[in-house]
Design a protein around this ligand. Structure first.
Ligand SMILES: NC(=O)C1=CN([C@@H]2O[C@H](COP(=O)(O)OP(=O)(O)OC[C@H]3O[C@@H](n4cnc5c(N)ncnc54)[C@H](O)[C@@H]3O)[C@@H](O)[C@H]2O)C=CC1
Ligand SMILES: CC(=O)C(C)=O
Length: 256
């Protein structure tokens, strides 16, 4: 039977690559994001290439919208097996200027979004009478401290904690919970950061991006597909005996 996955933040970048990879793996996919036009475009591309996808608009910071997205996916496809809680935001927040708004906004999306996705997916798996897989996006910035990323890094450390905690709570229901921790991935999020770094040094975006490639063991920044390959493993049967883990998808990077 075809399996069904929902990917948040799938209108671009890593989420889009994950949605496209899961379709190749045989999943029907719900492409979820804040902007309907973007997720619709990704779903249309998948459908035009012979896959099966639906686009759903939802803000992951809002619990009701996440539950509605999972319910719509389950109803349209008649199944639900995997959620990838991928949506995230990454403001640059030097410690002496970080604001209450920065903290609340970043935590609302990155952390609360993972909690709502976990609840909604687990509820759907249980209602269908089977287990499932919950896969969360953390970051190398959730494994080691990165300067100027207090808001973001704190959310990504929290996501690893939530992954371990919920893996223990949900194991008895046949649900696994794991996380992936990318290094520096060439997506719109990272180009925004590269733009800021370049601008602060009077340089261009390419120069800004190049600052992140120093010292990577594998000698290159990662592509969204490098991350999607790991998520494919976490979404598939070969990871059935893996839970509570974070897989670091990182060529050995140094953030500075
Ligand atoms: N690009 C990188 O170098 C790294 C990214 N990550 C993580 O991977 C995940 C994906 O990142 P990228 O693809 O690079 O980011 P991106 O910014 O290129 O794409 C993220 C997508 O999430 C959506 N999104 C943001 N807030 C949302 C909300 N409240 N509700 C629904 N959708 C929302 C955005 O509209 C966007 O389409 C994020 O959780 C990020 O923190 C982790 C490590 C490195
Ligand atoms: C955006 C991100 O996750 C970084 C810089 O590790």
């Amino acid at each position: 039977m075809t399996k069904v996955a929902l990917v948040t933040g799938a209108g671009q970048g890593i989420g889009q690559a994950i949605a496209e990879r899961l379709v190749k793996d045989g999943f029907k996919v719900a492409v979820v994001g804040r902007h309907l036009d973007k997720v619709q475009k990704v779903a249309d591309k998948i459908n035009a290439n012979g896959g099966e996808a639906i686009a759903i608009q939802a803000d992951v910071a809002k619990r009701a919208e996440v539950f509605a997205a999972v319910a719509e996916t389950k109803e349209k496809f008649g199944e639900f097996n995997v959620i990838v809680n991928n949506a995230g935001v990454a403001p640059t927040t030097p410690i002496m200027s970080v604001t209450e708004e920065d903290m609340n906004w970043t935590w609302g999306i990155n952390v609360n979004g993972v909690v709502w996705g976990t609840q909604a997916a687990a509820d759907a798996f249980m209602s269908l009478g089977h287990g499932g897989k919950i896969i969360n996006a953390t970051s190398q910035a959730g494994v080691q401290g990165n300067p100027n990323l207090t808001a973001y890094g704190s959310t990504k450390f929290a996501i690893r904690g939530i992954t371990q905690t919920t893996a223990k709570e949900l194991a008895e229901f046949g649900i696994t919970v794991n996380a992936f921790a990318p290094g520096i991935v060439k997506t719109p999020m990272m180009w925004d950061i590269a733009h800021e770094v370049g601008q602060n040094a009077g340089q261009d975006d390419e120069w800004g991006m190049a600052q992140f490639s120093d010292g990577i063991t594998l000698g290159r920044l990662s592509e969204p597909e490098d991350v999607a390959n790991v998520v494919s493993f976490l979404a598939g049967e070969d990871s059935n005996y893996v839970t509570g883990q974070t897989i670091v998808v990182d060529g050995g990077m140094v953030f500075h």
